[in-house]
Design a protein around this ligand. Structure first.
Ligand SMILES: NC(=O)c1ccc[n+]([C@@H]2O[C@H](COP(=O)([O-])OP(=O)(O)OC[C@H]3O[C@@H](n4cnc5c(N)ncnc54)[C@H](O)[C@@H]3O)[C@@H](O)[C@H]2O)c1
Length: 248
């Protein structure tokens, strides 16, 4: 998949899955912009990419704030002249039963996972329309299908799928595609923090009996962002070892 010399911004790429996506795109020759709310994290990841011979710029910004988002995209376009790829990866979770879930838990999760994504899409699309080219990839979750103790997270990730479909319909004529990835269990620090017993129980439910890697998600993003994927839009791909095939 060709992303060489494309300018790509990955939100929340100061750690975890976003970091893996940024490193994969950089390895494939893209010029990557590392965004996160945490400035130490963006400097570290951008530094590591540059040390490995890639091109990376660090921009700390809070994607829930329109002024931050506007100034971030302005900086990208001032530096590179364009923005080809937007990967909306930043996300948070506050899983609790409906009984315990507070208004604040709802607002925080919906603000980052959905409003922040909307703001980045809105501002990026203004530049992408001008170029007649763009690739937007939004990170949802298998949990958009529903999850016990995840009503806020699940609603936000379902919103991501709906937002993506609307973007595909609205922006397609301007050479912009929008697609979604819904990861399942992924080997991140969150996974490693679970007890062996809980991990064993979760793996039992996986048709593949495996947990996915960050690289599995990065490969999916690479497919959607490549020049060759121009005829693929509005789609959601589950990368979850087949776990999306049944509920519960
Ligand atoms: N880890 C999994 O198993 C898994 C499964 C399904 C979906 N996902 C989704 O994948 C994405 C990445 O997850 P992860 O596990 O790598 O999480 P992570 O916590 O390691 O990374 C998320 C990053 O987003 C940043 N962030 C939070 N709020 C922000 C804001 N307002 N502005 C900018 N950056 C902000 C955080 O600082 C953090 O570095 C999330 O959208 C998550 O919902 C993860």
């Amino acid at each position: 998949m060709k992303v060489k010399d494309r300018v790509a911004i990955i939100t929340g790429s100061g750690s975890g899955i976003g970091e893996g996506i940024a490193k994969k795109l950089a390895e494939c020759g893209a010029k990557v912009v590392i965004n996160d709310i945490d400035s130490a994290k963006v400097e570290r990841v951008a530094g590591e990419i540059r040390a490995a011979g890639g091109e990376a710029t660090a921009i700390a910004a809070d994607i829930t704030k329109i002024a931050d988002v506007q100034s971030m995209f302005k900086k990208i376009v001032e530096q590179y002249g364009r923005v080809d790829i937007l990967v909306n990866n930043a996300g948070v979770a506050r899983d609790k039963s409906l009984k315990k879930l507070t208004e604040e838990d709802w607002d925080v999760v919906l603000n980052v996972n959905l409003k922040g994504m909307f703001l980045c899409c809105k501002v990026a699309a203004d530049y992408m329309r001008e170029q007649n080219y763009g690739r937007i990839v939004n990170i949802s979750s298998r949990a958009w299908l529903g999850g016990i103790g995840q009503s806020n997270y699940s609603a936000s990730k379902g919103g991501v799928v709906s937002l993506t479909r609307s973007l595909a319909l609205e922006l397609g004529r301007k050479g912009i595609t929008a697609n979604c990835i819904a990861p399942g269990l992924i080997d991140t620090p969150l996974w490693q923090a679970l007890s062996e017993e809980v991990r064993g129980r979760l793996i039992e439910k996986q048709p593949t009996r495996t947990v996915g890697s960050i690289n599995d998600i990065a490969n999916g993003v690479l497919f959607f962002t490549g020049d060759e994927a121009g005829y693929v839009s509005g789609q959601t791909i589950f990368i979850c070892g087949g776990r999306s095939l049944f509920a519960g």
